[in-house]
Design a protein around this ligand. Structure first.
Ligand code: ADP
Length: 182
């Protein structure tokens, strides 16, 4: 069963596709955004610490997300395969993940970059209407993506792990391309 990392700008459709492929392969869909939103809703200590960053569209501090991922990948359901959606989100997180996966001897098979043109991204996010999807927060999330997350494309290109999938097509088309890949 595959181990996949999904990269892509906010609004690229990572979450939707990650869920589809996780169901298809019967592996857990590990979305740091979903886990953090649940923590905020349940007012756990993680949620209370993460909320102000999420509300602004900033990244939650690395030490919080890194601990969350380490714990999640330790779960018994994650020993055979997984899809990471929303993690890593900067180079420090990617380096942490690299050494964690080495340590637990679970190399990742592919890093998928879902490519979608900038002008499509903001439009899609405005349509989904999440509470952190106001125009100002969206602008900040795109800026954070460009500055902190997009360098991961080169990071994984240099490690010969990167695969590009066209995210600017109907949902079914993207899903079909992903299934071909795995
Ligand atoms: P989107 O689909 O818009 O990219 P996510 O659901 O992945 O959004 O994440 C929502 C918010 O959760 C982010 O704006 C950020 O504040 C926080 N978050 C999610 N993953 C991470 C991460 N790996 N590192 C830091 N913050 C994160």
């Amino acid at each position: 069963m595959p181990r996949l990392i999904f990269l892509g700008a906010p609004g690229a459709g990572k979450g939707t596709q990650a869920k589809l492929i996780a169901d298809f392969c019967k592996i857990p869909h590990v979305s740091t955004g979903d886990i953090l939103r649940a923590a905020v809703a349940n007012q756990t200590s993680l949620g209370l610490q993460a909320k102000s960053y999420m509300d602004k569209g900033d990244l939650v501090p690395d030490q919080l997300v890194v601990a969350l991922i380490q714990e999640r990948l330790n779960n018994s359901d994650a020993q055979k395969g997984w899809i990471l959606d929303g993690f890593p989100r900067n180079v420090a997180q990617a380096e942490f993940l690299d050494s964690l996966l080495n340590e637990i001897d679970q190399p990742c098979d592919y890093v998928v970059n879902l490519e979608v043109p900038d002008e499509v991204l903001a439009h899609r996010m405005l349509e989904r209407g999440r509470t952190d999807d106001t125009e100002e927060v969206i602008r900040n999330r795109l800026k954070v993506y460009r500055e902190q997350t997009s360098p991961l494309i080169d990071f994984y290109l240099m490690r010969k792990k990167l695969t590009v999938v066209n995210g600017n097509q109907f949902m079914e088309g993207v899903a079909a391309d992903l299934k071909k890949l795995i």
